[in-house]
Ligand binder design. Structure first.
Ligand code: AMP
Length: 355
């Protein structure tokens, strides 16, 4: 694939903060970004050259949009795959990666087939199958919708088998997977970028702390995650991107268990646990994603400091922006969202530590 010349237009499906940070990285490389999203505006609107409002499922509107861009990517994985399959421009990461990552059952099977280890799981399509799955996996367990889950949404925990009715009702009786409960020390993620020529780079392993299912803190390197676990996770990440002929950034979340890393889920896009790379790595996840989909050489993923931390600003935490800026070493990122609602990601702050 010849490199995309400067001045070309990158189409981004989705216009949230990930789109915003992708567009900023693309601008540094001399590209323009056009956003396609169902909302009338969003965080990416401030920094893109064009915003087209349209439904994700509107195949005609999407194909008209595709005619106006040179390559298409997405910052949100819950978009229907079918309208993307026949577009006139490359869609990167490819539609197969997107389809697998959208469905927890397909994703776990795919990773298992590559020698990865998810939590024990069973696909559950009706209430009777939930009983059968519980009989095999036991409790405690977590019931998760196969599709459209994020930040702990679409999930119900079962302390005992007696919670089955409530859990099934809580997820709305949708097709689901039942997962055994994994005992873990830490949660960590890995970000990998792969170019069209098969070259790839991994960033340092990231330790993640969640609050009410939402990422609160990421630190790199992931202190406490042993070398063997990091290596095993990294090897799996490379097998995944090679098997998918993946182009772009892929994020994978793991549980650090006593038996080694347990695969939780993957996102075929830039990821919140990679925001630290903007200042904390030589080249960020956003720039390397753009480089990959544009066919440019990938940049170094090395740490820019011995330790880096990124804190999300959730809801009214973003109101503390002036106090945060009183720390001269804080890199503040606000996403330009108007209303600070509880649980809403309003921004993040990154700090580099040199001692
Ligand atoms: P997810 O949306 O799948 O990332 O799940 C949200 C959070 O629930 C994770 O970050 C974990 O803290 C927890 N969790 C999810 N699945 C499991 C599991 N199988 N065992 C233990 N904890 C889990």
């Amino acid at each position: 694939m010849p490199p995309l010349p400067p001045g070309s237009t990158i189409g981004i499906i989705g216009g949230g903060q990930l789109g915003r940070m992708l567009a900023m990285a693309a601008a540094n490389l001399g590209y323009r970004c056009a956003v396609y999203a169902p909302e009338p505006s969003g965080p990416a609107a401030d920094v893109c050259s064009r915003w087209v409002q349209g439904a994700y499922a509107d195949a005609v509107a999407l194909s008209v949009f595709a005619e106006t861009v040179d390559v298409l990517t997405y910052e949100f994985e819950n978009v229907p795959v079918e309208p993307l399959v026949t577009l006139s421009v490359p869609v990167l990461p490819n539609c197969r990666a997107l389809a697998i990552a959208q469905d927890r059952a397909l994703e776990k099977q795919f990773v298992e087939d590559l020698g990865g280890r998810p939590a024990p799981w069973r696909a559950v399509s009706d209430r009777a199958e939930l009983d059968a799955a519980l009989a095999e996996i036991g409790a405690p367990a977590i019931l998760k919708t196969r599709r459209f889950g994020y930040d702990g949404k679409g999930q119900a925990r079962l302390k005992t088998v007696a919670d089955a009715d409530a859990a099934w009702a809580a997820i709305g009786g949708s097709p689901a997977v039942l997962e055994g409960f994994v005992g873990f020390e830490h949660e960590f993620s890995l970000l990998v970028v792969r170019g069209p020529d098969g070259s790839h780079r991994l960033w340092d392993t990231v330790l993640n702390v969640h609050d009410h299912g939402i990422l609160a803190l990421s630190t790199a390197p992931a202190e406490g995650v042993c070398e063997d676990a990091r290596r095993e996770a990294g090897d799996l990440a490379l097998r995944i991107v090679d098997a998918l002929d993946y182009v772009g950034v892929l994020a994978i979340e793991f549980f650090d268990s006593a038996d080694g890393p347990v695969f939780n889920e993957m996102a075929p896009r830039v990821h919140n646990s990679g925001h630290w790379t903007i200042e904390g790595a030589v080249i960020s996840q956003f720039e390397n994603h753009i480089r990959a989909i544009a066919g440019l050489p990938l940049g170094s993923t090395a740490l820019a400091a011995p330790r880096v931390e990124m804190r999300n600003l959730i809801g009214e935490q973003a109101d503390d922006w002036a106090m945060i800026l009183s720390d001269p070493n804080a890199h503040l990122h606000l996403y330009g969202k108007g209303q600070a609602r509880p649980g809403r990601k309003m921004g993040h702050v990154t700090r580099l530590f040199f001692d």
